[in-house]
Design a protein around this ligand. Structure first.
Ligand SMILES: [Zn+2]
Length: 392
């Protein structure tokens, strides 16, 4: 496996008019399946772990309020999981932490082996956002690790990320933020939304992307623009969930054509989480309806009950609670559990294959030259030296 800083994977996106989908993962079989699908499609992979997922993988008592120690153990587990596929996977891979709010957690993730971290100071006043981002950049770059930050606020609700209203990014401020912080990738707000309830006829503010990218290029900055909250929420999957006992009403995502437009305007990385939750939920519901004899197994019975009580739930960590250990470590103890893990893997394949093709990342592995963390560390060091000479 070519484990690399995330920036090294993304830097060819703009010149080659494609974007890299970045998938959030939260369990072993999801990671296994995402990596093998990317490998088959010869597309580089960005594996993202959010903070709730970090708690989950760290076997936290309460994944929504996990301690530093539990997050650290989740991060170590994520790296260990990745190492399991070292010999099978030859595409470039980056492992990225999504929406980290604290500096000390970013530093811990760099130390544990993440090749990219996001420091999300978007909720803070501008100067404070600059300050925490700058501190994370200083630490991460000294190890060659990529940093993503966020400017502007996305509306929507996903895990612990919540905002009622969106504040669009001001493209005029983008170069100033990048120059002051030295950040490699920047999430901007231009109409996408976290969660499954994005609305049914979303139009993106393409002009924000165009102006942000042009302003960056004008200043000689090759920062990657990132689109969060970009799940497409395929309506055929929503329909199938509802046909199999689920109740999802009024859920909608970002149309593929809207995403293709912003890829042309300068978005290089597109984050996807909800779409996989949907395809996995559809598969699990279908499986359990088809094989009702499975419910004689205690763990499976619990899953059936949970799905019945919560027909709108798409977070599989919640309704698959009885399989928690198997989700974290990937063991397949019995027939029911192994069929569920298979449903997870198929759900991942369905989404990864579609979006890799739609976003143009199919076959792009060969474009990417291997760069190690050490090599990037030297790049950053030389940049700082040059700045010091210029300032002096
Ligand atoms: Zn996000």
């Amino acid at each position: 496996m070519n484990l690399m800083p995330m920036y090294s994977i993304l830097k060819k996106t703009y010149d080659n008019s494609y974007a890299q989908p970045a998938f959030n993962i939260t369990c072993y079989n999801q990671l296994k399946s995402a990596l093998s699908m990317h490998e088959s499609l010869r597309s580089p992979a960005i594996i993202q772990v959010g903070m709730i997922a970090m708690g989950f993988l760290g076997d936290a008592k309460d994944m929504y309020h996990s301690t530093f120690k539990e997050k650290k153990s989740g991060a170590e587990n994520a790296i260990r999981m990745l190492r399991d596929f070292e010999n099978e996977i030859s595409i470039p891979v980056a492992i990225h932490a999504d929406h980290v709010k604290e500096i000390d957690i970013c530093k811990m993730l760099v130390d544990v082996g993440f090749t990219s971290v996001m420091i999300d100071g978007s909720h803070l006043p501008y100067d404070d956002n600059v300050e925490i981002t700058r501190e994370v950049v200083r630490y991460a770059h000294s190890e060659g690790v990529t940093v993503e930050a966020e400017l502007g606020v996305l509306a929507g609700n996903e895990d612990d990320i919540f905002s009622e209203k969106s504040t669009y990014t001001n493209p005029m401020v983008v170069p100033d933020f990048v120059q002051k912080t030295g950040v490699d990738c920047l999430a901007i707000s231009f109409g996408t939304k976290h969660g499954a309830n994005k609305g049914l006829s979303i139009k993106l503010r393409d002009q924000i992307v165009t102006a942000s990218k042009e302003n960056l290029l004008h200043c000689g900055l090759d920062t990657i623009l990132v689109s969060h909250g970009s799940s497409t929420v395929p309506q055929y999957i929503v329909k199938e969930i509802n046909l199999n006992g689920g109740v999802l009403e009024g859920v909608g995502g970002i149309p593929i054509d809207e995403l293709k437009k912003v890829i042309n305007s300068g978005i290089g990385k597109i984050n996807i989480d909800t779409d996989m939750r949907l395809s996995i939920t559809r598969n699990v519901r279908e499986l359990l309806l088809k094989h009702d004899n499975l419910s004689s197994e205690k763990t499976i019975k619990e899953i059936c009950n949970s799905l019945e009580i919560n027909p709108g739930e798409i977070d599989f960590r919640l309704y698959l609670k009885s399989l928690r250990t198997a989700l974290i470590y990937g063991s397949k103890s019995d027939r029911g559990a192994s069929l569920i893990m298979n449903s997870i893997e198929k759900g991942v394949q369905e989404i990864v294959s579609q979006l890799v093709v739609h976003f143009g990342s199919l076959g792009k592995s060969t474009l990417i030259k291997f760069e190690s963390l050490e090599m990037m560390r030297e790049v950053y060091r030389t940049r700082i030296k040059r700045q010091v000479i210029k300032a002096g």
